[in-house]
Design a protein around this ligand. Structure first.
Ligand code: SF4
Ligand code: SF4
Length: 367
């Protein structure tokens, strides 16, 4: 059965700005119906890596915050720490970056809470019993929230072809060790020259796989199950992450993490996606390359699969822009397939539909 996806294009006039359209989308999609007074409502955003300029502007987020507050809900903005060492790798740097990018209380009207805590170790194991994972590690503030509004920037992504609502939730609300599990099929290893023999990693390893031998950490691969806790614990960055992952497996793992995030929030999650500044890469990059198509508009739904499908269909209807990564491909139909040719982005949609997270069939309702 098709799901409703509400769509506002980029046209505006006096008395109807794009900010007003965000409020209209919120109402038409019925998000007010699942927010009860005093609900703690997580507003999942991406604060943008330092240097990135394509993340969703705080002014848009403010309108969503105000709508939640109107219902008596208690909104907070949230995201998780990154797996890589950028400007959002722990809560201190993350909050500083959020402020630098404009997500301050006076603008957004809500506090910022980093969902997986100070150093990415604050998570809840959620049972999913799916193909890749029996359980997934969900950032605790996301798990404990009563309801959730997911605000996504729809754009390209180096590992999943495009990044939309599914990516924002699945990858974006997994704890740091959860991100390691999604990104890598391979076990971490110790770079001996960097290891100081401090034994800190041995305390964190849940399987007792690490021993100190001759003042260096050694991982027993027969015991290690690749949770990645050691990689984020080592103060010397001596335990390396292997980023290699088959793109199909990566997408399926991301979808299973999404299933874990929404498991205790049935009927309590709304999704808004901005198909604007459609950059070829994600907002975790410390730069934003030129958008590959013109701005399309803003979409909202309670079905994340239908929403992502509608977004990618709209992008693929646009003409490629000049002086972008689509140069030389004026007739490219599959825009993200052209930019990231090794990745079949449809896997995330197919698998999400298969495990019951939504429908790829949708009614696009223009407001
Ligand atoms: S935490 Fe890092 S430096 Fe310390 S023993 Fe483990 S690998 Fe070596
Ligand atoms: S990946 Fe997990 S199980 Fe393996 S050595 Fe590191 S902490 Fe231990």
């Amino acid at each position: 059965m098709p799901s409703d996806v509400f769509f506002a294009d980029m046209r505006t006039k006096q008395g109807l700005s794009l900010l007003d359209k965000v409020e209209r989308l919120f109402e038409r999609a019925g998000f007010q119906n699942f927010i009860q007074p005093r609900d703690l409502v997580a507003v999942k955003v991406h604060f943008g890596e330092k240097g990135n300029t394509a993340y969703i502007r705080p002014q848009f987020v403010r309108r969503v915050v105000d709508k939640i507050a109107e219902r008596g809900g208690k909104p907070f903005l949230t995201d998780t720490n990154t797996l890589y060492r950028g400007s959002r790798a722990d809560a201190v740097d993350h909050l500083k970056t959020a402020v630098e990018n404009g997500f301050v209380f006076s603008v957004v009207g809500a506090p910022v809470i980093i969902a997986d805590g100070l150093n990415g170790k604050d998570y809840i194991n959620v049972e999913v019993k799916l193909k890749h994972f029996k359980s997934v590690k969900i950032a605790s503030a996301a798990y404990h929230a009563d309801a959730m509004l997911v605000i996504s920037h729809f754009k390209g992504h180096e590992a999943s072809g495009f990044g939309g609502a599914i990516k924002n939730v699945g990858m974006g609300l997994g704890s740091r060790s959860g991100k390691q599990q999604m990104h890598s099929d391979l076990l971490p290893w110790v770079t001996e020259e960097k290891c100081a023999g401090c034994a800190r990693c041995t305390c964190w390893c849940p399987t007792g796989s690490i021993k100190i031998v001759d003042k260096k950490a050694r991982i027993d691969e027969s015991l290690c199950y690749g949770c990645g806790e050691c990689t984020v614990t080592c103060p010397e960055s001596a335990i390396a992450i292997n980023w290699k992952s088959d793109p199909a497996t990566f997408q399926e793992k991301m979808v299973e993490y999404m299933a874990g995030v929404v498991k205790n929030k049935k009927g309590k999650v709304g999704y808004i996606s901005f198909v604007m500044n459609v950059t070829p890469d994600c907002d975790c990059c410390g730069w934003s390359d030129a958008p590959i198509v013109s701005d399309v508009g803003i979409l909202a739904s309670t079905d994340p699969v239908a929403l992502d499908q509608a977004c990618v269909d709209l992008v693929n209807k646009q003409r490629p822009l000049h002086n972008t990564r689509l140069d030389g491909h004026p007739d490219a139909e599959d825009k993200f397939g052209r930019v990231h040719p090794a990745i079949n982005w449809s896997i995330q949609l197919r698998y999400a539909e298969e495990i019951g997270l939504g429908s790829r069939d949708y009614n696009l309702i223009k407001i």
